[in-house]
Design a protein around this ligand. Structure first.
Ligand SMILES: NC(=O)c1ccc[n+]([C@@H]2O[C@H](COP(=O)([O-])OP(=O)(O)OC[C@H]3O[C@@H](n4cnc5c(N)ncnc54)[C@H](O)[C@@H]3O)[C@@H](O)[C@H]2O)c1
Length: 423
């Protein structure tokens, strides 16, 4: 099938790559010229394990191409995916500016009956609005069916998740449109769940908020464990062995970040307020997540009796989680900003993020090696649990420091020999 994808970010690019891999002709559209120029040269603008190989194979096989021209993208498209960003607005609601623009772009170029598939995470009712926008702005009368197909990939595992996902949710008001979208994915051998559009939209928010609640819950249990002498890892293992609970998302630490959980929980809380329905569990998870970062920084400050002025602090990890270069809502940002504002000499290292505009206003030194980063440091903060940090020779690293204490923000160094220095 001929497929066009609007928005070539983490979701759009991975979807395009996988759809081309299973035999569809895909053209990815983006307004960001820099991204498209890179992709045309076969270079991925994002760090995502396994993506480069899939891109290379399908660009070479002429099944995958890139453009900044909507006209070119939509010319032969039978199905158009929308995978543009839906960032958080000031009031917590999802900002639908990019979605509205994408719908208008489709309307301006529509020249045949069309199925539009919405992958972006959008508030309940948005698919209806997209369909209405396309129908009202289209020149000529064509059948347009908008189908909700929320995305569940995790950055860092996006390729695997797309090939081997738990479910593909298809929310449609038209049986033919729903089954056409199913036929796009049948080669993936993933179970389908067909429902209406509003339920599909809600499945995405309800799933993300549930996982966020799980994380905030174990973090609060962790804080209590610290006070009462329990070991949160054993507690999580013991809880996780109960199949009704499951061990996933029970890793206590700095809490969630990234481009999804923070904004999606806020958007769901907003939807609750708008409809005068209390979803206080989500509000509590948001609050607990914000507090968790502050608690961590406070532990560092307390260690220095409230004064970090001139102290060298090594921060290991910038990305919001391992195996991604995504810095959106990363806990590292808050931690670094606070410590730097308090006068600490912050040195950072991340295997993938070598610099970030998000810290442009902050005085931080980007180290090239782990050794350079921790050299003479008075505290070492493990903020992102990259494999190379967890597996590092901590004995050797510690010998380079000024008798530093390690603050294990991800609770992953507990089995380490140097446990006495891990806080
Ligand atoms: N990143 C994830 O892990 C993830 C997982 C599941 C769902 N989602 C959802 O998927 C959506 C996309 O997320 P993302 O992380 O891929 O975003 P992203 O910011 O990485 O990419 C969005 C892209 O859309 C482009 N764009 C915006 N308006 C456009 C237009 N009119 N025409 C063409 N391109 C346009 C932007 O330039 C950008 O490259 C969001 O709604 C997000 O909540 C993301």
């Amino acid at each position: 099938m001929n497929v066009a994808i609007i928005g070539t970010g983490y979701v759009g690019l991975v979807t395009g790559a996988v759809l081309s891999e299973i035999g569809h002709n895909v053209i990815c559209l983006d307004i960001n010229e820099e991204k498209i120029t890179k992709l045309k040269k076969g270079e991925s603008p994002i760090y995502e394990p396994g993506l480069d190989e899939v891109l290379e194979r399908n660009i070479a096989g002429n099944r995958l191409s890139f453009t900044t021209s909507a006209e070119e993208a939509f010319e032969n498209a039978e199905v158009i995916f929308i995978a543009v960003g839906t960032p958080q607005g000031e009031d917590g609601a999802a900002n639908l500016t990019y979605i509205q623009q994408a719908a208008k772009d489709i309307a301006m170029h529509i020249n045949r009956n069309l199925i539009v598939v919405v992958k972006s995470t959008v508030p309940v009712g948005t698919n209806d609005l997209i369909e209405e926008t396309i129908r009202t702005n289209a020149i000529g009368s064509f059948q347009v069916d908008v189908v909700s197909n929320p995305e569940f990939l995790r950055e860092g595992h996006a390729i695997n998740d797309t090939f081997l996902g738990d479910r593909i949710v298809i929310g449609s008001e038209n049986e033919h449109a729903g089954s056409t979208v199913e036929s796009l994915f049948t080669k993936l051998n993933i179970p389908f769940l067909h429902t209406n559009r509003r339920s599909a939209e809600m499945i995405k928010y309800a799933s993300n908020a549930f996982l966020a609640i799980k994380i905030s819950y174990i973090n609060q249990i962790y804080n209590l464990c610290e006070k009462v002498g329990a070991d949160v890892n054993d507690v999580a293992d013991g809880m996780g062995m109960d199949h009704r609970i499951g061990r996933a998302f029970l890793n206590a630490g700095l809490g969630y970040g990234g481009s999804c959980f923070p904004k999606d929980t806020e958007a769901l809380a907003y939807l609750g307020r708008e409809n005068e329905i209390s979803i206080s569990l989500v509000d509590a998870a948001i609050q607990a997540n914000k507090e968790q970062r502050i608690l961590f920084v406070n532990r560092v400050l307390e260690h220095f009796n409230g004064n970090v002025e001139g102290k060298k602090i090594a921060v290991l990890g910038l990305a919001f989680k391992p195996n991604t270069d995504d810095m959106r809502e990363a806990p590292s940002l808050d931690i670094i900003r606070i410590l730097s504002a308090d006068g600490a000499e912050v040195h950072v290292i991340d295997p993938v993020v070598k610099e970030t505009k998000l810290l442009a206003e902050v005085a931080v030194t980007h180290s090239k090696t782990l050794e350079e980063c921790v050299q003479s440091a008075e505290a070492v903060l493990l903020v992102t649990e990259w494999e190379e940090f967890v597996r590092a020779d901590w004995e050797e690293l510690l010998a380079l420091t000024k008798n530093a204490t390690i603050f294990d923000g991800r609770n992953v160094l507990h089995n380490h020999k140097l446990i006495s220095q891990v806080v």
